[in-house]
Design a binder for this molecule. Structure first.
Ligand code: SF4
Length: 459
């Protein structure tokens, strides 16, 4: 797949994404998001493509570029595997100055053969980077030649960092699956209750919190994109009856195009918080259109709610009325509000940085008139909001933990680096436990005491 200006524009104008149009407006416009100086922590397009695809566990992910690009993404996310660990190996062609002058295609071809012979992955995914795109290496041709020689799929992912943001890279990754992988094989059998999960990356094992629920209901997850996925299951994803996109607009292009190509409808759901997981199960059953399945879902919800009420009673008592500032992106900025509300906590401010108009409308309803919506944010702004709202705690991504420390309040990591899974009913208990432990840690009373040298100055 060549990444041309037309292709980039198509991905940025994805009609399935509400970022591209305001409610009531007919005309959709391209995503205006521009990379900003100093915003590199957000990741480049190459990083975005890797984030989307690396969780496919039995694939060798080979980065064609300077070794530092591979370091950009490798191991930075906690997507877990129940099988192969090839995805955790860092493969790169490690381009040198000589390769920049004479071209890196031969080196890439040899690297693909080497990786395949040494590790026998189900497929090799080859990622371009800024340097290899700029020197004009023909990724598609090299991958096609290597695939012919090996008899193994070798998939080119044309996602050089300079084409745009991490989000665009997510979509380029999804587009590559659509073009080269989905629809290339058939499942052994199908059932009326086959679904795909799209945009769920099994961070800290979250997928494993919800799979047992689907099993109990007799719903089969045919293909996962891409948490704990195997290459072959993505090949036959086109036989599912329903696509469920989870907490993310990142791969909405896959869902929408699969609807166009294969007639598979899609719904957007969240696994965080009791209300959301209940709604997700109900919506899936309703979309699959089976009455007995809908009855089973109601029974399951009743059982799980009863169990959960017992398990959460202690935590609800301890967390009641605690004030939280939430600083995360996209749908998590409202789905976590709903989870915190389930626990009796009050979210006093949240970020809306990466939220769509639809997300913002949900946030406004959940927060109420008093709640603060932060359009932009940085450490200084966050500290100001924490002081203004007298928040007890900050829930945010890992790199904001030092902001919480400066504000002398507890912190819960909610982003991709987290080590605990918060999805589904069992995840809700884990979240309550983590919140309670963070809030009641004895360290906070010590941290808030004046430093000895400050006291000496007063004396
Ligand atoms: S792909 Fe480009 S922007 Fe991304 S890490 Fe490599 S050099 Fe940097």
């Amino acid at each position: 797949m060549k990444i041309t200006p037309g292709k980039i524009n198509e991905l940025l104008s994805e009609p399935g994404c509400e970022h591209n149009h305001k409610p009531g407006e007919k005309k959709k416009k391209a995503c205006q998001q521009q990379a900003e100086p100093g915003a590199a922590q957000g990741g480049c397009a190459f990083d975005g493509a890797m984030i989307t695809l690396v969780p496919i566990t039995d694939v060798a992910h080979l980065v064609h570029g300077p070794i530092a690009c591979a370091g950009n993404s490798w191991g930075s996310r906690g997507s877990l595997s129940s099988g192969s660990h090839i995805y955790k190996m860092g493969f790169t062609t490690d381009l040198s100055e000589n390769d920049v002058i004479f071209g890196g295609e031969k080196k890439l071809y040899t690297a693909i053969l080497d990786v395949q012979q040494r590790y026998q992955p189900a497929a090799v995914f080859v990622y371009s980077t800024c340097v290899t795109a700029l020197i004009g290496d023909d990724l598609d041709a090299v991958c096609a030649a290597a695939a012919k020689k090996l008899g193994t799929p070798v998939i080119p992912i044309n996602s050089p960092g300079f084409i745009g943001s991490k989000n665009l890279g997510n979509r380029v990754g999804g587009e590559s699956l659509l073009e080269y992988v989905i629809g290339t094989a058939e499942p052994e059998f199908t059932t009326p209750f086959d679904i795909n999960l799209i945009g769920e990356y099994n961070i800290a094992g979250e997928l494993w919190e919800v799979l047992p629920l689907f099993e109990k209901l007799g719903i089969r997850v045919l293909s996962k994109m891409s948490g704990d996925a195997r290459y072959h299951e993505i090949c036959y994803a086109h036989r599912a009856k329903l696509n469920v996109t989870i907490c993310s607009k990142a791969l909405i292009n896959i869902a929408r195009k699969m609807e166009e190509r294969y007639g598979i409808p899609y719904i957007e759901e969240s696994f965080y918080g009791v209300e959301d997981i209940n709604r997700c199960l109900r919506n899936i059953a309703q979309k699959l259109g089976d009455l007995s399945l809908q009855t089973k879902v109601e029974q399951l919800i009743a059982e799980e709610t009863e169990k959960l009420n017992t398990e959460l009673a202690y935590y609800r008592e301890r967390l009641k009325g605690k004030r939280v500032v939430l600083y995360t992106g996209g749908v998590k900025s409202w789905s976590i509000i709903s989870a915190a509300k389930d626990l009796g906590m009050e979210v006093v401010a949240t970020s809306t940085k990466k939220s769509t108009e639809e997300d913002k409308a949900k946030i406004r309803t959940l927060l109420g008139a008093e709640g603060i919506l932060m359009e932009k944010g940085n450490a200084a702004e966050l500290i100001k909001v924490i002081a203004q709202t007298k928040a007890d705690m900050l829930i945010a991504g890992g790199r904001n933990q030092y902001t919480a420390l400066k504000a002398k309040i507890p912190f819960l990591d909610i982003n991709q680096e987290r080590h605990h899974s918060y999805a589904g009913y069992t995840g809700m208990v884990a979240m309550a436990r983590e919140l309670e432990e963070a809030l009641y840690s004895p360290i906070w009373s010590q941290v808030r005491q004046p430093a000895p040298w400050d006291l000496e100055e007063v004396l």
